[in-house]
Design a protein around this ligand. Structure first.
Ligand SMILES: NC(=O)C1=CN([C@@H]2O[C@H](COP(=O)(O)OP(=O)(O)OC[C@H]3O[C@@H](n4cnc5c(N)ncnc54)[C@H](OP(=O)(O)O)[C@@H]3O)[C@@H](O)[C@H]2O)C=CC1
Ligand SMILES: O=C(O)CCC(=O)C(=O)O
Length: 434
């Protein structure tokens, strides 16, 4: 007999809606519509490799819903990228933008590729080739991409340039997360981790935490994981474990995070440096697996890498009091129930990692008006918005006696429901829209 098949990551994502529906003010038919992405584009991207051979890569862009504004969301380069993952990521963006009250809908894209295996020129040809294929689909007033896993400011710069070349004029607002000299915003580089850090600071006030007594483990040590670890460490928190795709390291007394970041970015592999390489003797870190990291006895667990890492299989073994989802979708629905029963507070992805899209929104606003704000202004506005929406969701959670994810979805659904009602359902359900 065949083993039962796992529900797809998208099926898992949409199953959260039914639970939130009873607390939200939205029409039942509109809820049904939100279970389906608005548009899906799949493209083939031929790339001439450095050795003269030709490879053809598969890319996707999914627009989930645009009721509240142009669709927005990152681009991921990973061998795991497939249509179900991109649909889920686009879905989460709709709710993330709504929970932050940013005037955007949700989208996401990606290419099935191991970017680590490509040279810089191959990566540039792939990125420009992808834009050529999706140029009709994206635009500053329709759909605005940004970075996600294994993409970065350099790639966003190439993409903006390619799109501008196609349109024969400079159009910086088509994409965010660009290098600052090409119209990028101050503060976008660490915005995702910073947004999560502001959520943790708000929680610390509610729980009367002394940061120096709080132990944190971070899974995934890239853009988002490094930023949140750096800010927490600077605020006095003990970062006792971090990991990358090759495995993790643990030190009971906590790490010096700035030197962790420096070493990771120089050598690419944490365990190789800390557990068998040059810092093995001086730092004395213990090597752990990514699975062991999730089960550490810490106060805060920060998954900052992939989806579905906390499942029905390991949720019972989680010992953290709080999980802050910096990654998109790190906890399955079944695991959510187990964590709730164990009274572990989960600060949901659509809120905890929303700092990135919030500063992307600031970047787009700056590009549209051609006037740029200083870093202090960006950080002040980000802090204000994160703290306000964190408080809003937290209050719903307390008032309705529900978990924080359901509260976040209920807030987001109500805002989307309000937009649909303002538009009129006849228009919303018509098929001749933008
Ligand atoms: N960048 C952004 O603005 C935003 C990102 N996010 C989410 O945050 C998460 C991380 O994104 P980001 O930091 O940008 O990505 P990066 O590409 O910058 O970093 C990814 C990190 O995750 C590690 N990783 C990969 N696979 C695994 C694994 N199986 N176990 C443990 N670690 C692993 C990588 O390891 P290695 O270095 O060895 O490759 C790397 O350290 C994603 O879920 C993304 O969707 C959410 C909102 C915005
Ligand atoms: O910055 C953005 O527009 C989107 C970032 C993103 O992809 C995400 O929040 O998951």
């Amino acid at each position: 007999m065949n083993a039962p098949t796992q529900p797809s990551v998208f099926a898992g994502a949409i199953s959260r809606l039914d639970k939130a529906f009873q607390y939200a003010d939205i029409d039942a038919e509109a809820l049904e519509r939100l279970k389906h992405p608005k548009q899906i584009l799949q493209v083939s991207i031929p790339v001439r490799m450095d050795d003269g051979s030709l490879r053809v890569f598969t890319g996707y862009r999914v627009r989930h819903d645009d009721t509240r504004g142009p669709t927005k969301g990152g681009l991921r380069y990973s061998p795991q990228v497939d249509i179900e993952e991109v649909k889920a990521l686009a879905f989460w963006m709709t709710f993330k933008c709504a929970v932050m009250n940013i005037p955007y809908g949700g989208a996401k894209g990606g290419i099935c590729v191991n970017a680590k295996e490509l040279s810089r020129l191959e990566l540039e040809r792939l990125s420009r080739g992808f834009v050529e294929q999706i140029a009709e689909f994206i635009g500053p007033e329709t759909d605005i991409p940004a970075p996600d896993m294994y993409t970065n400011a350099m790639i966003m710069g190439w993409m903006m340039d390619e799109y501008s070349k196609i349109h024969r004029r400079r159009i910086p607002a088509v994409i965010t997360g660009k290098p600052i000299p090409l119209g990028g915003s101050q503060g976008r580089d660490d915005a995702t981790g910073r947004g999560a850090f502001y959520c943790i600071k708000e929680l610390a006030k509610k729980r009367d935490w002394d940061p120096t007594q709080i132990r944190v483990a971070v899974q995934g040590f890239g853009n988002a994981g490094q930023s949140v670890a750096r800010l927490l460490h600077a605020d006095g928190y003990q970062v006792v474990a971090v990991s990358d795709s090759q495995g993790g390291i643990y030190k009971a007394e906590g790490f010096d995070v700035p030197s962790l970041i420096q070493n990771k970015n120089q050598s690419r592999r944490l365990q190789a440096v800390y557990c068998s390489g040059s810092l093995c003797e001086t730092v004395r870190a213990k090597s752990i697996t990514n699975e062991e990291l999730l089960k550490l006895d810490v106060d805060i667990l920060v998954p900052a890498a992939l989806e579905n890492v906390i499942t029905a299989k390991n949720a019972d073994a989680i010992r953290a009091n709080v999980i802050v989802e910096v990654a998109n979708g790190p906890i399955t629905c079944e695991a959510d129930e187990i964590l709730h029963d164990k009274e572990i507070l989960v600060v949901p992805d659509i809120l905890a990692n929303a700092g990135g899209v919030t500063v992307s929104y600031f970047e787009w606003v700056q590009n549209m008006q051609g006037f740029y704000w200083p870093l202090e202004e960006i950080q002040r506005r980000l802090s204000e918005m994160m703290c306000r929406e964190f408080g809003h969701v937290y209050d719903w959670m307390i008032e309705k006696k529900i978990d924080m994810r359901t509260a976040a979805y209920a807030v987001a659904l109500s805002r989307i429901g309000e937009a649909i009602a303002s538009l009129g359902t006849a228009r919303y359900f018509s098929d001749n829209d933008s």
